[in-house]
Design a protein around this ligand. Structure first.
Ligand SMILES: Nc1ncnc2c1ncn2[C@@H]1O[C@H](COP(=O)(O)OP(=O)(O)OP(=O)(O)O)[C@@H](O)[C@H]1O
Length: 405
């Protein structure tokens, strides 16, 4: 069946009362941005549903892209036909026949927007139901739990029929939950945390620390590539690369070995908090999960969090690694995350970092370095890239990558 339109049902929006208008507007904007590559497609965000008019565009790629947009509960590929009972009957029968197998049940659900149409809702349901029963041997009606549901909408500009129901990404439209920064490494966890932040409607800017020459161009390319995969869920993400070499070298020189990791993380957090404030964002997300590594004990989090009053949000805090990996596979970041390029946190890692750093000692050892000067120089060296969904930051260096793998 060649579909002409995709009808989108809103997710949690329907429960949001007075914010509903903003949510619908934002979702419309997000859907338009994700489908911008299809020049013929027209998106209309209306009060109770959103309509994607395909205008001859193949439905499959559009539906694949729609599956990633947060704020959509379900969508229904539909076909627009002439607004006559004959046309409705013929198309409904064709739809049923495409799905019918012996023993299957069906139901007709009609909505009528055009109050001047010659039949009202119950009449349409009955007439169509009878027609299907007469023409499909062995089929029966089940109004509670049908195997096949044919939805008929009689609108002002035509009749629309749909049957397939496709599950959307759920969540809230990105942009309705405020704006925050995300500390993105090249690992498995922070891309998953980014996805979860965006799913709750938060628009994120990525902050990535890198330390040339200890970290390579490829490691930076990998973090950008992860961002371009994640941008498919939100349509465009700003990627902020912050040089961290001087900070790390200074800490290595001045701070006792057991506290290298804690002081590095405190500096990362300070710089991230300053960037977050300057960009008028109101929180910092990261990919920490309790107990995973030395920096992710409660004591460690307290020692690192000490440097800012900005909310630090950790969507993965109580998740098991296996569950995080499962999500990273689902959202297509896993294969990239496991590419073996070093992160700046893995260089200068002492053999035995303090897993339960002392807060007072952390504060004291930090005084051995010029916190303000280091912060200022790192922030003034940052670069910002606008990353679009699906943009390629890896293949340009394909040969170098192949050698490294
Ligand atoms: N180079 C970096 N730039 C920005 N943030 C970072 C960087 N390295 C680590 N982080 C942040 O600190 C968190 C903890 O990092 P860590 O390396 O301790 O743990 P991890 O479990 O390996 O995390 P990930 O899988 O996200 O790398 C990361 O999830 C990320 O939010």
């Amino acid at each position: 069946m060649k579909y002409t339109e995709i009808m989108v049902r809103y997710g949690e929006l329907s429960t949001k009362g007075k914010n509903r208008k903003d949510f619908i507007k934002q979702l419309g904007k997000n859907v338009r941005s994700v489908l911008a590559g299809y020049s013929d497609v027209v998106v209309k965000a209306q009060r109770d549903r959103l309509h994607v008019d395909l205008n001859g565009q193949d439905d499959q790629p559009v539906m694949n892209d729609l599956k990633r947009v947060f704020g959509i509960e379900n969508f229904y590929p539909s076909i627009k036909i002439e607004k006559t009972m004959d046309a409705i009957k013929t198309t409904a029968l064709q739809m049923v026949k495409e799905q019918f197998e012996p023993g299957k049940t069906f139901k007709i659900s009609t909505r009528r927007q055009d109050k001047d149409f010659e039949y009202h809702t119950d009449q349409i349901n009955n007439m169509l139901g009878d027609y299907i029963l007469e023409n499909v041997d062995g089929i029966t009606v089940d109004v509670k739990n049908p195997d096949i549901e044919i939805r008929v909408e009689v609108r002002m500009n035509g009749a629309y029929l749909s049957s397939e129901k496709i599950k959307g990404a759920g969540g809230l439209p990105v942009g309705t939950g405020g704006r925050a920064t995300m500390m993105l490494s090249g690992g498995i966890d922070s891309p998953v945390a980014s996805y979860m932040a965006m799913k709750r409607g938060v628009k994120i800017d990525m902050i990535h620390f890198y330390s040339p020459p200890y970290t390579s161009e490829q490691a930076l390319g990998k973090a950008k590539q992860l961002t371009s995969v994640l941008a498919k869920y939100s349509g465009g993400i700003q990627f902020i690369a912050v040089p961290f070499t001087e900070v790390q070298e200074t800490i290595k020189e001045k701070v006792p070995e057991g506290y290298l990791m804690t002081i590095q993380r405190r500096m990362m957090m300070r710089i991230a908090a300053e960037i977050t404030k300057n960009r008028h964002c109101t929180g910092i997300f990261n990919g920490e999960a309790l107990g995973q590594v030395a920096s992710q004990t409660l004591e460690s989090m307290m020692a690192i969090n000490d440097v800012t009053s900005m909310p630090v949000l950790r969507p993965l805090i109580s998740m098991d690694k296996t569950d995080i990996i499962e999500i990273s596979k689902d959202i297509d970041t896993f294969d990239l995350s496991v590419l073996p390029f070093e992160d700046c946190c893995t260089i200068f890692t002492p053999p035995a970092p303090k897993t339960r750093p002392d807060l007072e000692k952390s504060r004291k050892f930090e005084q051995y370095i010029d916190v303000d000067g280091l912060m200022e120089r790192a922030i003034s060296g940052m670069t910002i890239t606008d990353i679009k969904p699906g943009e390629d930051y890896m293949n340009a260096n394909a040969e170098i990558f192949a050698e490294l793998l």
